[in-house]
Design a protein around this ligand. Structure first.
Ligand code: NAD
Length: 244
């Protein structure tokens, strides 16, 4: 049985990814901050084990990797999904908001990737980083977020180049808008009615709808399988032609 570690698994895209892997027969370590919500995800399948805690320092990340190895003995795929968005252009972004965004969106994937690397190399496994279309083309009023996701895309490509010869694959998924709690929180923070926000977001997408968490999860699972064995160092949009 293959083992996947998914961060930010208590809600939105992360929960959908954890469930999608379990449905494909993987053992899943679902890491998140909200024990109650994690339990709801774990109720879906006996193959999902939960780990709750805040991820910020390298020690937190080392502990999560060590606990995953203790539980399952191996890691075949790491999905760096946990993320935050803080709105603002550069003038509006405080030191704390910048550092918080960089910590969660870029430091934590780096710390986890480094800690998981020996196990992933042994398994000839893969990493799937959940970046964003903002990391490919920048974003309005989300300078720190776009910079962190752009960094994650290039961490993806750099790791892929460094370790492709050892059988490790590292890919990023770059979703456009996805209907998750992050989007709802963004609407609230912007003072926009959620239905209106979702309607406008859908109108901006050529295919006429925004993504579901399951759209992203399906690609994450595919990227982790042998069917994707020659797909490495990519940053793939899931955005209904939004970035085409
Ligand atoms: P979400 O808010 O439901 O999920 C984010 C998850 O990250 C939450 O479970 C949260 O608890 C976790 N998290 C945040 N900070 C953490 C920390 N310090 N330690 C541990 N966990 C932490 O939103 P989502 O939309 O499902 O986001 C998942 C990923 O998808 C994020 O990386 C986000 O940037 C990315 N993304 C989302 C969208 C979108 O429109 N929703 C678009 C592109 C990319």
């Amino acid at each position: 049985m293959s083992v996947v570690l998914v961060t930010g698994a208590s809600s939105g895209i992360g929960a959908a990814i954890a469930i999608a892997f379990a449905e494909e027969g993987w053992d899943v370590m679902a890491a998140g901050r909200h024990e109650g919500r994690l339990e709801e995800v774990a109720d879906v399948s006996d193959s999902i084990v939960t780990w709750s805690g805040d991820l910020a320092e390298s020690e937190d990340c080392d502990e999560l990797i060590a606990d995953t190895i203790e539980e399952f003995g191996e890691i075949d795929c790491l999905v760096n999904n946990a993320g935050v968005i803080v709105r603002g252009d550069v003038a509006d972004t405080s030191d704390d908001d910048w550092r918080y965004t960089m910590t969660v969106n870029l430091d934590v994937p780096f710390f986890l990737s480094r800690a998981a690397l020996p196990h992933l190399l042994r398994a000839e496994g893969s990493i799937v980083n959940i970046a964003s279309d903002c990391g490919l083309r920048g974003a309005d009023n989300a300078a720190a977020y776009a910079a962190s996701k752009g960094g994650l895309v290039l961490l993806t490509k750099s790791m892929a180049k460094d370790h492709a010869g050892d059988g490790l694959r590292v890919n990023a998924i770059c979703p456009g808008d996805v209907d998750t709690p992050m989007l709802a929180a963004d609407a609230e923070e912007s003072g926009v009615d959620l239905d209106e926000y979702l309607e406008e977001a859908a109108e901006a997408v050529p295919s006429g709808r925004i993504a579901t968490p399951e759209d992203v999860a399906a690609l994450a699972v595919f990227l982790a399988t042998d069917a994707a064995s020659h797909i490495n160092g990519t940053a793939i949009p899931v955005d209904g032609a939004g970035s085409a």
